[in-house]
Design a protein around this ligand. Structure first.
Ligand code: 5GP
Ligand code: MN
Length: 331
């Protein structure tokens, strides 16, 4: 069930058709993981194909300069075929097939060996043939770093190191979230020695905000609501907001850290209205289990960062339900 690196290595050696994928609304760790692992596999003479549900967010496109990531719904027939003919499929930075959205059905039904490499809780190991998991690590990219280095440090090229660094930087909230231990800095020191440029990579990810994005943020801030003696904060972003500024869900990144930086806040909740569902982000401080709160809405995640997606509800309705539940978590 819990696999040693060597078993995966043997599997890779035997495999010709290799697919990589990651979760919907991919973040830096998701794109960093698929790009780094693909870069590693290429050096081993393989020709991996990355197929994701979502398009790559603008600020992560620099990791995939050649635009190699396939989006499932574009040329779906070919992508279905690729998945059904795969020898092995790597599911990175999620342990839950449903988080691959449109790919789920095809992944589950593919005869390929399925390998999960991930750092989230709530793993159902029976879903996979091989699993490498470490919920202590702040990023999947840290597991992949260990994996690649264990094979041979020569594979940590500038390209691979940069992708891994991005995953760790973004999933640690630039080295300040819980789980940012000294080990994280040692790994990143190594990645920098191997060519990752921390200044340039930060600039690529966070230094490209636009006027529209700032205005969306202003609207979000002005709509914040505070509860439980200013220990709970709740913010919303609606379809109308996105339309007004010509933006989408990718541009909400960073809003969670914004609200969790407010002094005294213990629980932050963001509701984002998408086309056919509402995405909830939960963030908590200390021992408040955001993942348990998320589970009440069929979601999941980590203790201090979790989420859920709810269909068939409205923002006011969902807000009321959530606020009722939060009372049980805040005291
Ligand atoms: P975010 O709020 O940044 O989208 O998500 C934070 C974390 O919550 C993610 O890393 C993931 O672990 C978890 N998460 C978000 N949405 C969902 C969901 O719909 N289902 C599950 N199981 N986990 C989610
Ligand atoms: Mn991650």
């Amino acid at each position: 069930m819990y696999t040693h690196f060597k078993e995966i290595n043997d599997l890779i050696k035997k495999s010709k058709n290799i697919i990589l994928t990651t979760h919907v609304v991919p973040d830096g760790d998701a794109i960093g993981s698929v790009m780094a692992f693909a870069g590693y596999l290429k050096q081993k003479g393989k020709d991996p194909v990355i197929i994701n549900h979502s398009i790559t967010p603008d600020n992560l496109k620099f990791l995939d300069k050649k635009n190699t990531i396939r989006v499932f719904s574009k040329d779906q027939e070919k992508n279905e075929k690729l998945i059904s003919e795969a020898d092995v499929i790597f599911i990175l930075d999620t342990n839950d097939f449903s988080r691959t959205k449109s790919l789920e059905h095809y992944l589950v039904n593919s005869p390929a060996k399925k390998v999960c490499i991930d750092h989230h809780m709530g793993l159902k190991p029976k879903m996979f043939d091989f699993v490498i998991t470490n919920t202590v690590y702040p990023a999947t990219c840290q597991i992949l770093y260990e994996y690649i280095k264990d094979d041979d440090e020569k594979y940590l090229t500038k390209e691979v190191s940069s992708a891994l660094y991005v995953g760790i930087m973004t999933d640690t909230g630039s080295f300040r979230h819980p789980r940012t231990g000294s080990d994280v800095f040692m790994v990143c020191a190594d990645l920098i020695n191997d060519g990752a440029d921390p200044v340039k990579l930060y600039e690529e990810i966070y230094g490209n905000t636009t006027k529209e994005n700032l205005l969306l943020m202003a609207r979000f801030i002005s709509g914040l609501e505070f509860y439980s003696g200013n220990r709970v904060v709740l913010g919303t972003v609606t379809q109308k907001d996105f339309k007004t500024f010509g933006l989408d869900i990718d541009h909400v990144e960073g809003f969670t850290s914004l609200i969790m930086n407010i002094k005294g806040i213990k629980l932050g909740i963001i509701l984002v209205e998408l086309k056919d569902n509402i995405k909830i982000s939960f963030r908590s401080k200390g021992n408040i289990p955001a993942n348990k709160l998320a589970a009440e809405f069929n979601g999941g995640g980590h203790k201090n960062a979790a989420g859920a997606n709810v269909k068939g509800s409205s923002i006011p309705e969902l807000k009321e339900q959530i606020l009722k539940k939060t009372e049980n978590y805040i005291d």
